[in-house]
Unconditional design. Structure first.
Length: 224
């Protein structure tokens, strides 16, 4: 009976994910996906604009709207500092909701079908550090991280800490870039490009350096 219930929950999760994707494609058809367009839409709400942006980021995982555009639009509309605060807050709440949805509907089904060795590996790998790293690197899809973490054994507290720590610098980099789009070619624009580049390259380089340093501490060669 438990297996049948977990299977149904997992099917509900798949239907939800596919269904929201189809709805998003239909609703966004013909809509220009540009940061300027999002800024205009948000700014039209006047004093409620910050709340609208946060709500867009909260529901974003369920309609598969690109997070990058919303982060850039946050910088265009509110500047790099407030844009970062609003973007990080909305994305974190949206991530937690996605995490809880995946955990409630899919985790039991996935865990029951993993060998014990893989269950232990999954439990070890999905820590706050991994969530932080995956949310930090701009090339990694945020929604996939949310669903993946929800299907793992990481606690909600550690997951939330990892999301906040990783998404905040990511949101700042894109908000800072968005704020610089009003003056392309300016020193701020060039600096924003450099920050984005550092965010892409830096974490990967740091992870390799830590792995190499750990290998040296264990007596293994630094390059394998």
């Amino acid at each position: 009976m438990d297996k049948a219930r977990s299977r149904r929950r997992f099917i509900y999760l798949l239907v939800f994910v596919v269904g929201t994707g189809v709805v998003a494609m239909l609703r966004l058809r013909g809509v220009p996906l540009t940061a300027e367009g999002v800024r205009a839409t948000v700014a039209a709400w006047g004093p409620l604009a910050p709340l609208v942006l946060i709500l867009l980021l909260v529901i974003r995982p369920f309609v598969f709207f690109p997070s990058t555009l919303l982060f850039i639009a946050a910088g265009l509309a509110f500047g790099p500092l407030l844009g970062t605060v609003y973007a990080a807050a909305g994305a974190t709440v949206g991530g937690v909701i996605t995490f809880l949805l995946a955990r409630a509907l899919g985790r039991e089904f996935i865990q029951a079908r993993l060998p014990s060795r893989l269950q232990r590996l999954q439990e070890e790998r999905w820590g706050a550090g991994l969530v932080f790293f995956l949310n930090l690197v701009p090339l990694v899809p945020i929604t996939a991280v949310n669903y993946g973490a929800g299907l793992s054994r990481i606690s909600l507290g550690y997951y939330t800490l990892g999301v906040i720590a990783g998404l905040t610098p990511r949101a700042f980099a894109y908000s800072f870039f968005g704020d610089s789009l009003d003056d392309i070619g300016s020193p701020q624009f060039m600096l924003a490009l450099a920050v984005l580049g550092l965010l892409v390259i830096g974490p990967t380089w740091l992870r390799r350096w830590l792995q190499s340093d750990r290998g040296a501490a264990d007596g293994r060669p630094r390059h394998q």
